[in-house]
Design a protein around this ligand. Sequence first.
Ligand SMILES: [Mg+2]
Length: 260
Amino acid sequence: MKKRPVSRGVPPGGPAALDKVIDLVEARTAQRRSTLAIFDLDGTLFDNRTRTMFILREISEKFDARLPQLSRAFSSFRDLSEVDYSLDVTLRRLKVVSPVETKFIKQEWSRRFFSDEYQKYDMPLAGAKSYVEKIHAAGATVIYLTGRDVGRMLVGMTEVLRLYGFPVGVAGTMTIVKKEFEQDDEIFKKEVSEYIDRLGEVVAVFENEPANSNILQARFPGAASFFVETQHRPGAPKLNPGIVRIKDFRLPALRPGKRP
Ligand SMILES: [Mg+2]
């Protein structure tokens, strides 16, 4: 394998570390060795705040007479920074405080948010598709490991990955979702990681939940562990040392001689 050029002008941390993973995968592939890269979806490859806003807009139009506070909220809505991890917080920010409205909205939101039909309103993080494509082309098996469930969300999820051009369904990819919606996310990921460990060398793990990031880093200490700074559950534990923080998946600017 050719030596990496001196990383002049490349900032340390996230983007350079992302790039290094691809080099490692290429080296292992050249040795005919199997590598695995684990990607979470919600808050990692995809920003799902757009899904929530689309759903709230749809509900407000459909049920406008019953939801005056939500209908009014859109006249002052500015941007996605108003959308919190918690729907309760988002609604309070939008000045929807009526308990009757809130209860109804939550019920309608939940039916839509956790379904096949609405995942297409998610937005991939900058560089996400291109990065997954590169790591796949370098020879790694891409594992989408998500707390979405098989009964309500697998079809929509596959559709969206295909829609945006992520490798899915082809050789070198794997999709692992929950069997039951009610399963606890952390226990699910912990159990599945035992299985993944038998498949080959995990070289990189990508997560946006500190708890999951810590679990997976402990399970795969040899892998590069990335924490995507988007949104996560409130009251999350502190991130363990050695986990690299990234804002998105954009690589450092290309230098002469590097792959396109
Ligand atoms: Mg997530």
